[in-house]
Ligand binder design. Structure first.
Ligand SMILES: NC(=O)c1ccc[n+]([C@@H]2O[C@H](COP(=O)([O-])OP(=O)(O)OC[C@H]3O[C@@H](n4cnc5c(N)ncnc54)[C@H](O)[C@@H]3O)[C@@H](O)[C@H]2O)c1
Length: 380
């Protein structure tokens, strides 16, 4: 059993990974500022993992799992704050006498369009946040890290599929911040012996846990196709806009490598085990299915799987998009025996199970009458 710190663990990918880690028998401490995540996600994770006694012990601290230390601890905190990070690394109630064995760093901002309008905010949260985290890891003697990187680093490329050795040519501030953190982590690994680091470049994570209890709950208008499509299906948005019908692809719409978020979460479990079992190293791995699907294929699959019709319109291309982006995922299989197991139909079924049961995301559950989400207990 390891004790693992998840920054941004109340968000989409972090919450699914938290469940996978708890089910594998690990203890989890989450730090999240809830700017795009919710304590309710982790309450539901604790339920799915069969942990007893989810409770709020302070305005910024929740725990679940009988016994001491708790199996799941959630702290409200900002990755840019040394004080918040020290609090997580020193939370003896959360981890007993052992320390944090490894960090999975999900916390960050991820909207490409927003990053073009607010570059400083992106550099601050994504890059300064990573610097502060690495400093805290140094103070607390933790040298194992899994970093959420992105296929956006590859920019616009004609290569299909894309190997990890492809040139990095990001074209927006979001991509630059991911490239900067990857560079910084390579420098850190080279400067001091003992680091175990995995840079995981995700392609297009979508879907939800098959229970429909946890899923993606973006603030405001979704930036990505899949959550948008789910909200159209749920009647929250009128129609889907498909950006570009004249790409050089079979049906003219963009092709992407969609991977089920549970496959991605399991990839993190595998990365953690691989890092812990092997000598110190810096691993850079694509996480994708290796298969491309066009926007229209995704729409058709969603309609067929769920017996729905989705209104859509093909509109102008969006600047900065590319025709095709598909991973070469063979290195992930070679290094950690991981590959995606779930299909596009699984993605569509599970994504809809989440959206149809939670049309307003986690906010809807806050409004359920007669049900208190949180029981505040006095701190002893
Ligand atoms: N979802 C994707 O399509 C995708 C693709 C590639 C890479 N990624 C990367 O994966 C990571 C997780 O993405 P996600 O889809 O789960 O996003 P998300 O927004 O659902 O999760 C990020 C979490 O980080 C938290 N957070 C943000 N700023 C913080 C701060 N300063 N301090 C503490 N917590 C903070 C948010 O509240 C949220 O819970 C991000 O780093 C993202 O860039 C995501």
């Amino acid at each position: 059993m390891a004790t693992v710190l998840l920054t941004g663990g109340a968000g989409f990918i972090g919450s699914h990974t938290c469940l996978v880690l708890l089910e594998a028998g690990h203890r989890v401490v989450v730090v999240d500022d809830f700017s795009n995540g919710s304590p309710e996600a982790l309450r539901r994770v604790s339920e799915l993992a069969g942990l007893e006694g989810w409770r709020q012990l302070a305005p910024d601290r929740w725990v679940a799992g009988d016994g001491q230390p708790a199996l799941l601890t959630l702290l409200k905190g900002d990755v840019r704050s040394p004080r918040d990070l020290d609090r997580a690394f020193e939370d003896r109630e959360a981890m007993g006498d052992g320390g944090i064995d490894a960090v999975l760093h999900f916390a960050g901002l991820k909207a490409v369009g927003e990053s073009m309008g607010q570059p400083l905010r992106y550099w601050d949260v994504n890059v300064v946040g990573a610097v502060r985290l690495l400093e805290a890891m140094g103070r607390h003697g933790c040298q194992t890290l899994v970093f959420s990187s992105s296929a956006t680093l590859y920019g616009i490329t004609d290569r299909v599929p894309i190997p990890e050795t492809a040139p990095l040519q990001p074209i927006n501030p979001y991509g630059y911040t991911k490239a900067a953190v990857e560079r910084m982590l390579a420098d850190v690994a080279a400067s001091t012996a003992g680091w175990r680091i995995a840079l995981l470049r995700y392609f297009n994570p979508v879907g939800a846990h098959p229970s429909g209890r946890i899923g993606e709950d973006p603030n405001g208008v979704p930036n990505n196709l899949f959550p948008f499509l789910c909200q159209v299906a749920a009647g929250r948005r009128q129609r889907l806009e498909v950006f570009g019908g004249d790409w050089p692809t079979a049906d003219g719409t963009g092709v992407r490598d969609y991977l089920h978020v549970m496959d991605l979460a399991e990839g993190h479990g595998r990365a953690l085990e691989t890092l812990q079992a092997a000598p110190p190293q810096l691993l850079t791995l694509n996480l994708g299915s290796g298969r491309g699907h066009s926007v229209l294929e995704l729409v058709r699959s969603f309609e067929a799987t769920n017996g729905l019709t989705l209104p859509y319109a093909v509109v102008e291309r969006r600047p900065g998009d590319s025709a095709i982006s598909v991973a070469d995922p063979r290195e992930a299989e070679r290094h950690m025996g991981w590959r995606t197991r779930r299909s596009l139909a699984d993605i569509c079924r599970d994504g809809w199970a989440w959206q149809s049961a939670n049309p307003e995301g986690y906010r809807g559950s806050d409004r359920q009458p007669g049900r208190s989400l949180i029981q505040v207990q006095p701190v002893s």
